[in-house]
Ligand binder design. Structure first.
Ligand code: DAT
Ligand code: MG
Length: 149
């Protein structure tokens, strides 16, 4: 079953949106297989955003991710990588559609509340970076019989 890496960024935690955000993934029908809160080290933040290291916002982005605790998660389900990106919305919250997490709760590109893996291969890489094997569950909710045909 497909898995994706989701992180509620420091602004989402500080603004008390953890429950709201987790609720959206739950309500959609995805399965939570990993969850932890942590203060992110510079090393981890730099590795996570390595693809952006030449961008002008890289230093500020790493500072931001390390500035206050985050909530890191792994969600599982059919098509979860692309679907999570849709639930999250466009990178700039001002352009994100209402009904998406960024569209409903954000106004700044640098404070856009949440990260979601952008492709299946990226998801695998990010899950391995943030979680150890034994921090991840293998389970099938009984409700899946009412979600998948
Ligand atoms: P996404 O998080 O939607 O995958 P991304 O991978 O292009 O977006 O960028 C990673 C993060 O970097 C993004 O969530 C917020 C920050 N960021 C992107 N573009 C930015 C910009 N022009 N100015 C400031 N921060 C930016
Ligand atoms: Mg990205």
């Amino acid at each position: 079953m497909e898995r994706t890496f989701i992180m509620i960024k420091p602004d989402g935690v500080q603004r008390g949106l953890v429950g709201e955000i987790i609720g959206r993934f739950e309500a959609k029908g995805f399965t939570l297989v990993g969850l932890k809160s942590l203060s992110v080290s510079r090393e981890l933040a730099e590795e996570h955003y390595d693809v952006h290291k030449e961008r002008p916002f890289f230093g500020g982005l790493v500072d931001f991710i390390c500035s206050s605790p985050v909530v890191a998660m792994v969600w599982e389900g059919d098509g979860v990588v692309a679907s999570a990106r849709k639930l999250i919305g466009a990178t700039n919250p001002l352009s994100a559609e209402p009904g998406t997490i960024r569209g409903d709760f954000g106004v700044s590109v640098g404070l856009n509340l949440i990260h979601g893996s952008d492709a299946i291969e990226t998801a695998q890489k990010e899950i391995n970076l943030w979680f150890s094997e034994k921090e991840l569950l293998s389970w099938e909710p009984t409700v899946n019989a009412w979600l998948y045909e």
